[in-house]
Write a protein that binds this ligand. Structure first.
Ligand code: DGL
Length: 271
């Protein structure tokens, strides 16, 4: 299906649930005049524990949902979906599509001095070696150490991101990174920016954290400029939120991830 992209069309952003709101927050900052349609697949969260087949299926349903809005680009904010569904979706949809893995890998390769890079993410993102493969595909010789931190997501959702419990767990997970002389750490999960202070505090000060919202935001910014697709609005764009289920705490938790109260949240069915 071919969609005509126009400058004032919105940009679709999707995630398994709330986490992608950290990405959306960065996109909004980098592209303040753009409009966004955010889809949180709260009926199927977490993607981190689902098989690749299921995550591809959900991502497909979400792309079909976006087609109704004549979006001009789609950002896959979720790392797990970026790892397993990006290539599949690219083959099927004639829409500019952005994953969160490629831009973070490109940026890390540019800034590392020690050529030692860490990546943290959910169990299945790390198991898939998606980041390592991306470094390899780009012909890079960096040594990449990937570590899964499965307890970070529930800790963050519980509102404990800045507590001593979070710090202790981060110390345990990240111990190997402390010893490996990395100078760059990719936060390979949508939730982790919420815990960035604690993560940074348990690592040597020179380690630079990479936020996928910022790297994909820069990539999108350049794409829109190069393709003359920048919004002509000068008064700021709109943001509409859609969820595939309405968990009780969605608005409260979502506000914490997005940095302000979520308004205009609509419950839809993807089926
Ligand atoms: N959004 C997911 C990711 O970035 C984390 C939450 C989940 O497992 O669904 O990998």
């Amino acid at each position: 299906m071919i969609i005509k992209q126009t400058p004032n069309s919105p940009i679709g952003v999707f995630d398994s649930g709330l986490g992608g709101l950290t990405v959306l927050k960065s996109l909004e900052k980098i592209l303040p005049n753009e409009s966004f349609i955010y889809l949180g697949d709260t009926a199927n969260v977490p993607y981190g524990t689902k098989s690749a087949e299921m995550v591809i299926l959900y991502s497909d349903l979400i792309m079909n949902f976006f087609l109704k809005y004549e979006i001009k680009a789609v950002v896959i904010a979720c790392n797990r979906a970026s790892a397993v569904a990006f290539q599949h979706l690219k083959k099927i949809y004639d829409i500019p599509l952005f994953d969160v893995i490629t831009p973070s890998v490109e940026y890390s390769m540019k800034i590392t001095k020690t050529q030692k890079i860490g990546v943290i993410g959910t169990y299945s993102t790390i198991q898939s070696n998606a980041y390592k493969h991306m470094f390899r595909d780009m012909g890079d010789v960096c040594s990449v150490l990937e570590i899964s931190c499965p307890l970070f997501v529930p800790i963050i959702e519980e509102g404990w991101a800045d507590t001593s419990i979070a710090r202790e767990i981060a110390c345990i997970y990240l111990q190997e990174l402390q010893e490996k002389n990395i100078d760059t750490l990719i936060l390979g999960c949508t939730h982790y920016p919420i815990m960035a202070n604690i993560i940074q505090s348990v690592l040597p000060v020179h380690v630079q954290l990479i936020f996928s919202g910022e790297t994909v935001g820069q990539k999108l910014y350049h794409y829109l400029n190069e393709h003359k697709l920048v919004s002509t609005s000068t008064s700021g764009g709109y943001v509409k939120f859609y969820v595939s289920d309405f968990p009780q705490k969605f608005i409260e938790l979502g506000g914490r991830f997005f940095g302000r109260k979520l308004i205009d949240v609509t419950h839809i069915s993807l089926l």
